[in-house]
Design a protein. Structure first.
Length: 739
């Protein structure tokens, strides 16, 4: 029986191999096929004893990763071979040196990079997840293909996570949304980015994901009919103009629909642009721009465009290399529709990113946007001064940032992330110019250094040799490049000042008959309630620790007995301090249970999302405040679950009858007579819910209101929201997270 299964499995493996060669984006030579075959045989042999959690042969995983690398990312034979062997070194006795002998140094280098990443990822308790991401990104210094193969590996893992325990699914999905999806976005791999985001949502918010999927299925027929209506109108005119093209409908991703619902506080039905139309045309390089604007003219002859929503990524491509014309028009039935216009070349770059970019570059001397970005990333990675969590946050912000285009005084165009300031611009020209910036002029007018730039601005930087950055500059910039440079300079200044301070402190203590040694330094750090010796020396250097304070320290040091009693008194006082050990939930702290054993522990409810009984929650073990409980859809959830996965504990409510909780409702609608009266009647009389505060304001027939109610659990809250929605004139009722 087993024999038949193995035979069947071997046939399936052979079929997968043929498929891998067939779908490759690059043209494979006989030599390439030989290299891939050799890597394939090694992977099959190395993994023959292994099975995945689902029960299938493990080798299907590296083959699937290689297929993604070959078709969706578009790497060549070296990348495909490395993808096939990405787990070989970690799982078997084969070493990187063996691979180098059997293949070549390039394949070996890629496999080594991938092995390093997987070892780092598993070592979760040694250092934080953020540090692991930094180490992973350092492999970019060797070869960007390492990260591209890692993205393919992550995508296949996300596609096959069903047999994993739920807490692992949430952890991996959160990590994916936190770093891998933005990375795919920045490398121009839009297909992979979309799949990673949708799968991330599937496991972090399964109910919402399934709800959107079922609604998309329900409306598919209607959407298809709508797209066909527009396509038919445009086809006739495009054919008359002899444009060679194809039109395809593109539904919006599940994740982007969810993001829009969240950002605009709307339901699925209220999200209007749930789909886009894409016109992909044939053209030689010379005529690309001309044909794109010709198509724009045809589209706008039939449908009125929204001028504020025209995006011209052809004249100024995104730094990922993305080129297209995006036109938002008013379609039939009064609906906004986005129409994307791309040549076949642009479409390939949008789908494949990195690989297509280099295919079309063909030895061009000009640096591509991706090259520039990779160089900036390497610069950031090499700056080891930055705290790892800050690094990941900055890095992530710069990954997803929308772009603006500004000009130098000579008229050269520069791309910066949206939200960048005039000081960011100075650092983008050169770090030495940034450090010496005394002032900036935007469009000829002198402006503060933290002025946010807009597309089209022309900026002039005024420098001075005597200028030095101050710590407030960190608040003036948004790009990680500027932040890193400022931090470096500030750290150098601090170290120099601390060295002077140490000498000064040695002399001052000598006069007080005290020798500066390790013990005295520790005593001084504690005495002045500082964190490190560097803080102490720096403060002495800048003069914020005065002679009298050092004399006081010397006096209390000489009276050791008194000092002993003081510390005793202090210690008793600290433990009795009611604010520190007073549990936040004192009357009934066993309403939440934690972990697989359902332990009853002390906890605090997080103020960033205000969970109430019945909400889906998780516990987060903080350093100073014990367990903090967050809602699963809390704005900080993904960051916490990804960065500090080892500090997350399962939590669920078991009893919600003993305590009352505060919830804030935001209500909007049409201002009708007696609305306040009706509202209070529904809340207090019918539902017997306490109102803590209520504020309503009317403006030109529209009212906005905020009601704070006291409820026992979220079942009562949901019922209350439903009843308020039934009041005549009420349009929307939403629960507000923050107080």
């Amino acid at each position: 029986m087993v024999e038949i299964d193995i035979e069947k499995e071997n046939k399936a493996i052979a079929k997968e191999y043929k498929e891998l060669l067939r779908i490759s984006y690059q043209t494979l030579t006989a030599e390439d096929k030989k290299l891939i075959r050799k890597a394939f045989d090694l992977a099959v042999d190395a993994h023959q004893e292994q099975r995945r959690k689902s029960g299938e042969a493990y080798v299907f995983h590296p083959i699937a990763v290689a297929k993604i690398v070959a078709s969706e990312i578009g790497l060549g034979a070296t990348g495909i071979a490395a993808a096939l062997m990405h787990d070989v070194v970690e799982d078997t006795d084969i070493t990187v040196a063996d691979i180098e002998k059997m293949f070549n140094p390039k394949v070996a280098q890629l496999v080594e990079g991938l092995t390093k990443i997987s070892q780092v990822q598993k070592d979760l308790n040694v250092s934080m997840q953020a540090e692991n991401f930094r180490k992973m990104l350092l492999t970019l210094n060797d070869d960007v293909r390492v990260i591209l193969i890692k993205l393919a590996d992550r995508l296949h893992n996300m596609q096959t996570m069903d047999s994993m325990p739920e807490h692992k699914q949430v952890k991996i999905a959160s990590e994916t949304l936190y770093i891998y999806a933005p990375l795919a976005h920045r490398l121009g791999l839009y297909n992979i980015k979309t799949k990673l985001e949708d799968l991330g949502l599937k496991y972090t918010e399964p109910k919402i994901y399934n709800d959107i999927v079922s609604k998309i299925k329900e409306t598919k027929e209607e959407q298809d009919a709508y797209i066909n209506t527009i396509s038919e109108v445009l086809q006739k005119s495009l054919d008359e103009e002899n444009v060679e093209y194809i039109i395809k409908g593109r539904p919006k991703s599940i994740y982007s629909i969810r993001r829009k619902m969240k950002a605009q506080n709307v339901s699925f039905d209220e999200v209007y642009d749930k789909f886009a139309l894409r016109i992909v045309y044939k053209s030689n390089l010379h005529d690309e721009k001309f044909i794109a604007w010709k198509i724009y003219s045809i589209v706008t002859d039939h449908y009125r465009p929204s001028p504020s929503r025209l995006r011209d990524w052809i004249s100024s491509p995104k730094s990922t290399g993305y080129e297209a014309l995006h036109i938002t028009v008013m379609g039939p039935k009064g609906r906004w529709v986005e129409i994307q216009v791309r040549s076949e070349r642009m479409d390939e770059i949008a789908e494949k990113g990195y690989a297509a970019h280099y295919k079309y570059k063909q030895g061009a001397t000009e640096e591509s946007g991706l090259d520039v970005w990779l160089n900036l990333l390497k610069e950031a990675l090499e700056n080891s001064e930055t705290n790892a969590v800050d690094f990941v946050e900055d890095f992530k912000m710069n990954l997803y940032a929308k772009e603006i285009f500004v000009f130098t005084p000579k008229g050269e165009i520069k791309s910066l992330p949206k939200g960048a300031t005039s000081l960011d611009f100075a650092f983008s020209i050169h770090s030495e110019i940034g450090i010496r910036t005394r002032g900036t002029r935007v469009n000829g007018r002198l402006v503060p250094l933290n002025t946010e730039l807009k597309s089209g601005d022309q900026i002039e930087v005024i420098t001075s040799q005597n200028q030095k950055p101050t710590s407030s500059w960190l608040d003036y910039v948004t790009t990680s490049r500027a932040k890193n440079k400022i931090r470096n300079v500030l750290n150098e200044n601090t170290k120099k000042m601390a060295e002077d301070g140490k000498e000064l402190l040695t002399r001052k203590l000598k006069q007080l008959k005290i020798t500066l040694n390790e013990q005295v330094v520790n005593e001084l750090v504690n005495y002045f309630r500082l964190k490190t010796s560097l803080d102490l020396f720096y403060r002495v250097g800048i003069g914020s620790i005065e002679n009298q304070q050092l004399k006081d320290f010397a006096a209390q040091k000489s009276n050791t007995l008194m000092n002993f009693f003081k510390s005793k008194i202090k210690r008793v006082h600290t433990t009795a301090d009611p604010d520190i050990h007073k549990p936040v939930i004192s009357s009934n702290y066993d309403m939440l249970v934690f972990g697989a054993e359902q332990d009853r522990l002390d906890y605090k409810l997080s103020t960033c999302c205000n969970p109430i009984p019945g909400d889906e929650v998780f516990g987060f073990v903080t350093i100073n405040e014990g367990i903090k409980v967050h809602k699963k859809d809390c704005p900080n959830a993904i960051s916490l679950q990804s960065n500090y996965a080892y500090r997350i504990i399962l939590a669920r409510w078991i009893d919600s009858t003993q305590q009352e909780f505060k919830a804030i409702l935001h209500i909007t609608g049409m201002d009708t007579l007696g609305l306040t009266n009706e509202l209070t009647k529904v809340i207090s009389n019918n539902m017997h819910v306490n109102i803590q505060s209520i504020s309503l304001s009317g403006d030109a027939g529209i009212f906005n209101g905020q009601v704070t109610v006291i409820v026992q659990n979220n079942i009562i809250l949901k019922k209350l929201i439903d009843n308020i929605k039934k009041i005549d004139g009420v349009d929307k009722v939403t629960r507000v997270n923050k107080n």
